[in-house]
Ligand binder design. Structure first.
Ligand SMILES: [Zn+2]
Ligand SMILES: [Zn+2]
Length: 114
């Protein structure tokens, strides 16, 4: 289980993105009917005056419990959160659909670089 650090800063262990967070868990405060699918690092949406608006910064990998952001380069949600390192390590255990999507993404990012 994640322990609150006094600094309350979420840092993605893969891309290094860091941001203060206001809540960690499945049900952010001041929200009426929102229950997240996983325990997440959540912060209030700084661009919205609506108190119920919040942003999900990231979560913890269900395999290695690294803190990872929700960016598609860093983690994947498939019934649980997986960091990309674990996704790559256990890729053959994911359904073919997920494997195909990742392969497609990898190819398109390769062409974008070259
Ligand atoms: Zn990240
Ligand atoms: Zn992991």
């Amino acid at each position: 289980k994640y322990k609150r650090s006094p600094s309350e800063i979420f840092t993605c262990q893969l891309c290094g993105l860091s941001s203060p967070f206001t809540y960690y868990g499945q049900k952010p405060p001041n929200t009426r009917a929102i229950v997240l699918l996983e325990e997440c690092f959540v912060t209030k949406d700084p661009f919205s005056p609506d108190k119920e608006k919040f942003l999900v910064l990231g979560s913890t990998c269900s395999m290695c419990s690294s803190c990872v952001c929700v960016g598609s380069d860093c983690s994947l949600f498939y019934t649980k959160r997986f960091c990309m390192q674990c996704v790559n390590k256990y890729l053959d255990q994911f359904p073919h659909q997920i494997q195909a999507e990742l392969a497609k993404k990898r190819q398109s990012s390769k062409t974008a670089v070259s």
